[in-house]
Design a protein around this ligand. Structure first.
Ligand code: HEC
Ligand code: HEC
Length: 223
């Protein structure tokens, strides 16, 4: 009888504690997973708030709160690819890309803030801003964009994508101010904006002034 009870006890113990033990382990794992998820979401939320603070304090003066710069002097940043944005801020900071307006902006930001700003602007909705309705000019612009210029240069779509949305390494051009595009092409051409492999210098060198104006106006019509 006693031995039977003794034999029974461990069975009860096993029956009572073991599944619960396994259950609580699963629970702990679940909680950890949940906390990790929430922690990640919280830090993403905090990053976004920090980016918003910086934009409201400084960037918005020239680029607008949602990156929709009203003045053609300042590039639109809405929908711009985060990695590209980060690299440009670093280029301004190091002086590789020269701009009296942007140099002091990059200097006071830390790496985490720069990344947060990249994600902030990338998440802002971008739209088309057609500024010119000269059908002949826009048609020429579309030809340059999709097939390249008369000088035999590569078509913009080959690198910047069918809709001009770019990629992590390449800037979005869709919806950008035409004046800004024209100015940047001039900077590439005169080697005043150095960049990786200098591909844009080669591209700009093969375009006529009219083709540059045309492709810039066409890009503004893309969203
Ligand atoms: C005083 C005006 C001014 C302020 C403030 C300013 N910017 Fe700019 N930003 C400019 C100008 C001008 C350019 C174009 C420079 C050039 O011609 O190369 C520019 C260019 C940029 C570019 C490059 C865009 C591209 O398509 O290559 C990025 C990224 C940028 N700014 C981010 C920021 C951020 C982030 C802030 C806030 C921390 C900021 N800017 C604040 C004037 C400003
Ligand atoms: C072989 C690839 C390639 C082709 C083709 C190309 N681009 Fe680019 N483009 C680039 C790269 C790479 C950059 C980024 C340079 C940097 O990091 O500063 C760039 C940057 C630019 C910029 C600067 C954007 C900004 O926000 O400051 C403009 C404007 C531009 N390209 C216009 C064009 C146009 C217009 C065409 C077609 C006529 C074209 N590109 C064709 C690779 C290319």
């Amino acid at each position: 009888m006693i031995s039977a009870r003794f034999r029974k006890a461990p069975r009860i113990e096993r029956g009572f504690f073991s599944p619960a033990g396994r259950g609580s382990l699963v629970l702990v794992r679940l909680l950890l997973l949940l906390c990790g998820g929430i922690g990640g979401a919280l830090s993403a939320e905090a990053d976004l708030r920090r980016a918003e603070e910086i934009v409201a304090a400084r960037c918005f003066l020239c680029h607008g709160m949602a990156g929709e710069s009203a003045s053609p002097l300042f590039p639109r940043l809405a929908g711009q690819n985060a990695d590209y944005l980060v690299r440009q801020l670093e280029a301004f900071r190091s002086g590789q890309r020269r701009s009296p307006a942007m140099q002091p902006q990059g200097e006071v930001l830390n790496a985490a803030e720069v990344r947060a700003l990249g994600r902030y602007f990338e998440s802002q909705p971008a739209t088309a801003h057609p500024a010119n309705d000269d059908a002949r000019l826009l048609e020429l612009g579309q030809r340059v964009f999709t097939r390249g210029g008369s000088g035999g240069g590569e078509a913009c779509v080959d690198c910047h994508g069918q809709r001009g949305h770019g990629s992590a390494r390449l800037p979005r051009l869709a919806g950008q101010h035409p004046e800004y595009i024209v100015r940047q092409l001039g900077l590439f051409l005169r080697a005043e904006r150095p960049s990786e492999n200098d591909v844009m210098r080669e591209v700009a060198a093969r375009l006529s002034a009219e083709e540059i104006r045309a492709v810039a106006e066409y890009l503004a019509t893309l969203d």
